[in-house]
Design a protein around this ligand. Structure first.
Ligand code: BYC
Length: 328
């Protein structure tokens, strides 16, 4: 179902680069931002379109598992908070589509690639949200993992992407906090509520670890993306940081991370932990996760049902352009 849009081999050495590529790499090495009208290697542009496009799609598809609970939030206050969070995700998608458009691809093309299975979105959104505690776990773990990945992306080499990440990260911090707040309420509540919180942690732990991508030895794009500072850290580095940050938070809640191998390793100054089941990860990103079909069907339906609105906007724009005042 999914195609690899860009397959990068190991990054080029300085000697293998053309003079233009070398000058470009030197700008990146000096920490300069690359802006839309600057010259860039074709593969740099394609890699960014792939990553920013996937990121935008993830924000949009990511509204679905949480949107599922807006009508069933347990109090009016929780409903308002969740509604605000889900709206923020829509906003993130829109900034990111705009950032991708500066690279010479239209939002329509990106959406067409998503809807036809030629572009990915984060694996995590192919898992169901079965209980209210799952909404807590999504905020705590999924937004927590997203922040871990996105804070360094504020320093990414492409200007429009790095600037979009600044605001997104501020909003993600609120999202993570609201999720942890739900988890506190559940974990410190009745035994049944605590059991729901534990069950949500059990189901979301490994899928959250998968959000950082395959282990470094299997990561196709890391070497080149890190040379270009499109990525700042490797997948395994960020996964380790996430585990180290999250384990004490689980302890505070009195919940158990579902990993018998989890141990503090004083020598490395971090936890040892079990890898996710990578065959499950590859099945999910190939389109065979528990909710892939449902998620894409919802997005395609929304696109088709919104056609009248897009057509109306286009007709209005055309009419406005033909007015004598516009011509003058
Ligand atoms: N899911 O060479 P690798 C959010 C793919 S939204 C699906 O390591 P790369 C939120 C990868 O694309 C969070 N696919 O790739 C929203 C590649 O396949 P292709 C979204 C994955 O790009 C709403 C192949 O596996 N965040 O937080 O160097 C509510 C090999 O991987 C995944 C971003 O998008 C995955 N998890 O590194 C709540 C952050 N992992 O493209 C929360 C920006 C890997 O060759 N993206 N693949 O067909 C990144 O930082 C990087 O793209 C990744 C992957 C670390 C994800």
């Amino acid at each position: 179902m999914y195609a690899q849009l860009v397959k990068s081999e190991a990054a080029k050495t300085y000697d293998e680069m053309t003079p233009q590529e070398r000058a470009f790499q030197e700008r990146i090495d000096r920490g300069e931002k690359i802006e839309p009208k600057d010259w860039m290697p074709d593969a740099y542009r394609k890699t960014l379109i792939r990553q920013i496009g996937q990121h935008a799609h993830s924000e949009i598809v990511g509204q679905l598992p949480e949107g599922n609970w807006i009508t069933r939030a347990p109090t009016l206050e929780r409903k308002q908070i969740l509604l605000a969070k889900v709206q923020d995700e829509a906003g993130h998608g829109l900034y990111l589509y705009s950032a991708a458009e500066t690279l010479g691809i239209s939002r329509d093309e990106l959406l067409d690639m998503l809807h036809s299975g030629r572009m990915k979105y984060s694996s995590i959104f192919n898992y169901p949200t079965l209980t209210w505690a799952d909404i807590g776990a999504v905020g705590w773990l999924v937004d927590g993992a997203a922040i871990m990945n996105q804070v360094p992306l504020q320093r990414t080499s492409y200007g429009p992407y790095s600037r979009a990440m600044v605001r997104i990260c501020k909003e993600e911090s609120f999202h993570q906090r609201q999720g942890y707040d739900i988890m506190m309420k559940m974990a410190f509540g009745t035994p049944d509520q605590k059991a729901m919180a534990q069950d949500a942690l059990n189901r979301f732990w490994y899928p959250s670890l998968m959000m950082f991508g395959p282990s470094d030895k299997d990561s196709v794009h890391s070497a080149q993306s890190m040379q270009w500072k499109i990525k700042i850290n490797t997948n395994d580095e960020l996964r380790q940081k996430f585990v180290d940050q999250t384990v004490p938070q689980a302890k505070y809640l009195g919940l158990t991370i579902p990993d018998e191998q989890l141990r503090w390793n004083a020598e490395k100054g971090g936890y040892d932990f079990s890898e996710p089941d990578w065959s499950e990860f590859y099945a999910v990103i190939a389109g065979n996760g528990p909710c892939n079909g449902e998620r894409m069907a919802a997005r395609v339906t929304a696109w088709e049902e919104g056609a009248w609105f897009r057509d109306g906007l286009m007709a209005y724009a055309e009419k406005s352009a033909q007015r004598p005042s516009a011509a003058a």
